[in-house]
Ligand binder design. Structure first.
Ligand SMILES: NC(=O)c1ccc[n+]([C@@H]2O[C@H](COP(=O)([O-])OP(=O)(O)OC[C@H]3O[C@@H](n4cnc5c(N)ncnc54)[C@H](OP(=O)(O)O)[C@@H]3O)[C@@H](O)[C@H]2O)c1
Length: 360
């Protein structure tokens, strides 16, 4: 496989550190440049992150001496150094939209973890196992941007990875209604317990914008390309509550589902659909793809965040406690690693898909 030169914009942040870590020993991708704000620009990566390194493994050697670029002022330089960039920055939405479009117009493809472009109609929001076909919209986006190589592709919000993959193989039974409550880790806010001591022994029943994203983003993922746009699906109807819980990594979801009258499958059928489910990520044997995307645990007390979030390098989805419900047809619990599958790992898998399909 071809080797690709990769940049990370926002490489000093929580998600950016994950990207940098995932580039270490990646078989296709070579970390070539890191950019962040003007506060970090000009420092070596080691100088900029040593006091806020939040990963369990040490700062990768290959990144330590890289001198951080200014994502805005050095955009042309960075775009000329790499084949594509990951982007995970904490900025205002309109600033992020402008930044990402600027790089795309500099012919540097952007794989983004930010929410700013998720609802741009010709920007694909892709979970590689679920809607790889949405990449075809890139041609329409390139026409709009006037680019040959450049484009923006985005990852969905981390919260939806804990239940949407489990629902996806069941859509064929006429899934009509979903109610979901998510229990989300503090790394999802870019925080550790050292930097957010108020979260120790605490739950916060509000995460700004998260319930809207959890209800609406799945519909874009399940949408269809029509006339140069991705038109969101209209079903199932989803209602969500999102809570911040005192957990470092790993988002859990308690999910209820109701099917069309008379179409609900049996529990055995649901488990069989989960066990059999594969997507292009598995079929193409992408380096970061989990071998088994959906794992079902029969034990009544699984999945557990601490025990199961790192399953298949944090890229698999854990599911448990499937059982009938008195108001809905069934309920279950899902778990995914929010900064791996839900953020940087999902971004790397999307980049691998884009390379394998010839978009980069
Ligand atoms: N954490 C998660 O699990 C998660 C999951 C999915 C999506 N996301 C999204 O990913 C993005 C980053 O999240 P995070 O948790 O990694 O945030 P974070 O830890 O606060 O990091 C923010 C990054 O943005 C950079 N930055 C800030 N202002 C900038 C500017 N004006 N120009 C260029 N770079 C700038 C920072 O650089 P400096 O170090 O120089 O300030 C840093 O690298 C957000 O859009 C977030 O919504 C996060």
């Amino acid at each position: 496989m071809k080797q690709y030169k990769v940049g990370v914009i926002g490489g000093t942040g929580m998600v950016g550190q994950r990207f940098v870590t995932l580039m270490e020993n990646h078989p296709w991708f070579h970390l070539t440049a890191i950019a962040a704000s003007g506060r970090s620009a000009g420092k070596t990566y080691e100088e900029a992150v040593s006091s806020r390194w939040a990963m369990a493994t040490p700062i990768p050697e290959e990144s330590k001496k890289l001198v951080i670029l200014d994502a805005g002022a050095d955009a042309e330089k960075l775009a000329g150094m790499v084949d594509f960039c990951f982007c995970a920055v904490d900025m205002k939405k309109d600033e992020i939209r402008a930044l990402e479009e600027r790089y795309a117009k500099l012919e540097c493809p952007i794989i983004s973890n930010n929410s700013a472009n998720r609802w741009t109609p010709d920007v694909p929001m892709v979970v590689p196992e679920i809607n790889a076909g949405h990449l075809e919209i890139i041609e329409a986006q390139r026409k709009r941007l006037g680019t040959k190589r450049g484009f923006i592709a985005v990852k969905s919000n981390c919260s939806i990875q804990s239940y949407v993959p489990a629902l996806h193989p069941l859509l064929k039974y006429g899934l009509e209604k979903v109610a979901v409550c998510t229990y989300q880790a503090i790394s999802g806010a870019g925080k550790t317990f050292e930097r957010w001591p108020e979260m120790i022994d605490n739950c916060i029943p509000y995460i700004g914008g998260e319930e809207e994203k959890s209800e609406q983003e799945p519909l874009k993922v399940w949408g269809a390309i029509q006339g140069g746009e991705i038109v969101p699906a209209t079903a199932p109807a989803i209602t969500a509550q999102c809570l911040r819980v005192p957990v470092s990594d790993g988002h859990m979801a308690a999910c209820f589902m109701k099917f069309a009258e008379g179409k609900a499958p049996s529990m055995e059928q649901i488990k069989a659909d989960w066990a059999a489910f594969k997507g292009p990520a598995q079929e193409l044997s992408l380096p970061s793809a989990p071998k088994q995307f959906l794992h079902y645990f029969e034990e009544a007390d699984r999945p557990q965040t601490k025990l199961d979030r790192n399953l298949e390098s944090g890229m698999a989805i854990s599911i448990g406690r499937l059982r009938p419900d008195s108001q809905y047809d069934y309920k279950f619990v899902g778990l995914s690693h929010n900064t791996l599958r839900g953020a940087a790992g999902g971004g790397v898998l999307l980049a691998e898909l884009l390379c394998a399909k010839g978009y980069i």
